[in-house]
Design a protein around this ligand. Structure first.
Ligand code: ZN
Length: 126
């Protein structure tokens, strides 16, 4: 298994910085939509409605997911700076490099992630 090493810091920092920008853009789009929505809430204009439909609409769920992922990205960047990046936060084992390349913000190894997902699923059922 290939694992993360300090020679990859710049590469992963660039990956995470790019993801951070994307997520910030999503959240700003959401804020802008909330602003314009309030400003003309009492004016119903069919032209405006048509334009809104064609815009990429960022809904509440998307914004929440983006905010959550942004937290993970920022935490991952802090771990990069502190030289703690690449190790699972739960078990402390090195995370597979392929997993990190696909999901640079992930704080868990594959095994611990599966446990967390099962816990979430169990909570959702109750
Ligand atoms: Zn783990």
């Amino acid at each position: 298994m290939n694992t993360y090493h300090s020679g990859l810091t710049a590469q992963f920092d660039a990956l995470l910085a790019g993801r951070e920008q994307e997520l910030c853009a999503v959240l700003h789009t959401r804020e802008a939509q909330a602003d314009t929505g309030e400003a003309r809430s009492d004016v119903i204009d069919f032209k405006d409605i048509a334009i809104e439909d064609t815009l990429a609409v960022v809904d509440e769920v998307q914004a929440e997911n983006a905010a959550h992922e942004l937290e993970q990205v920022l935490a991952a960047r802090r771990r990069l700076q502190d030289h703690r990046y690449g190790a699972c936060l739960d078990c402390g084992e090195a995370i597979d490099l392929r997993r990190l390349a696909a999901m640079p913000a992930t704080p868990f190894c594959t095994g611990c992630q599966a446990v967390h997902e099962q816990e979430h699923a169990a909570l959702a059922r109750h």
